[in-house]
Design a protein around this ligand. Structure first.
Ligand SMILES: [Zn+2]
Length: 236
């Protein structure tokens, strides 16, 4: 009875306040979630589908290289992707992170993306516990959960941890950014990733310093291979 009343209220609200697209504000059609099909098609895509020799694979500036790496969207200042990532990170819209992760995995898996077929475990880049408490969730974990719903592999949040609250990465040179994040992460439970092909998941890659630091600590575990996926890449 309560469920029926809940649905009736939702239907009534949708009649007067139909859900609208986050980017263009137009009413969503049946089956559309958060974004209209037109805006989804209009997003900037990185264009690395099936391209293993892409710029993200070369980004981490020091230490271990990932076995394979890619990004799905292109992050541009003022663009639609930036607005979506902002909503996922700062406006509490973690469900959008889940959706974007799911869409990316559906598309990349269909294109026979090697990286996605090999992965046995998804590891989101961790937040510092204090930042996690403040935000209430880790956006990269929600992206990873969306991907996991397609790839049917587990999400592991207990293998690595962030020990240091890093300053904002904005406005630093590539070298300083690297120095700022080296040794920031450590392995907390090696047994979870030992001997596995792990896919590290991040929301945005810029210089690769944060991802590089994570890849270093994951690769230090015996027999662990690390691939890297960023939902978006801010590339020059
Ligand atoms: Zn739209």
């Amino acid at each position: 009875m309560r469920k029926w009343i809940g649905k009736a209220i939702t239907d009534l609200l949708n009649l007067f306040y139909p859900p609208v697209c986050l980017l263009c504000g137009s009413a969503l059609a049946n089956g559309e979630k958060q974004l209209c099909a037109r805006c989804v098609c209009g997003l900037s895509y990185a264009g690395f589908r099936g391209v293993s020799d892409n710029p993200v694979a070369y980004l981490p500036v020091a230490g271990e290289k990932p076995v394979s790496a890619t990004a799905y969207y292109r992050f541009e200042q003022g663009g639609g992707v930036q607005r979506l990532i902002h909503a996922v990170k700062y406006l509490g819209n973690k469900e959008l992170g889940y959706l974007l992760g799911r869409w990316a995995a559906l598309d990349l898996l269909a294109s026979d993306e090697d990286l996605f077929r090999k992965a046995q475990l998804l590891v989101p880049v961790p937040l510092h516990p204090r930042k996690y408490r403040k935000r209430g969730y880790n956006q990269s974990e929600w992206i990873a959960r969306g991907m996991a719903s397609v790839l049917n592999i587990p999400v592991c949040t207990a293998a690595i941890q962030r020990n240091v609250m890093t300053e904002s990465q904005t406005g630093k040179t590539a070298y300083n950014r690297w120095a700022n994040v080296a040794d920031v992460f450590s392995v907390s439970d090696p047994a979870q990733i030992m001997g596995k092909y792990v896919l590290l998941v991040d929301d945005v890659i810029t210089t690769g310093a944060t991802a590089g630091s994570c890849i270093n600590v994951l690769s230090s575990v015996e027999g662990t291979q690390v691939g890297f996926f960023a939902l978006s890449a801010a590339l020059p």
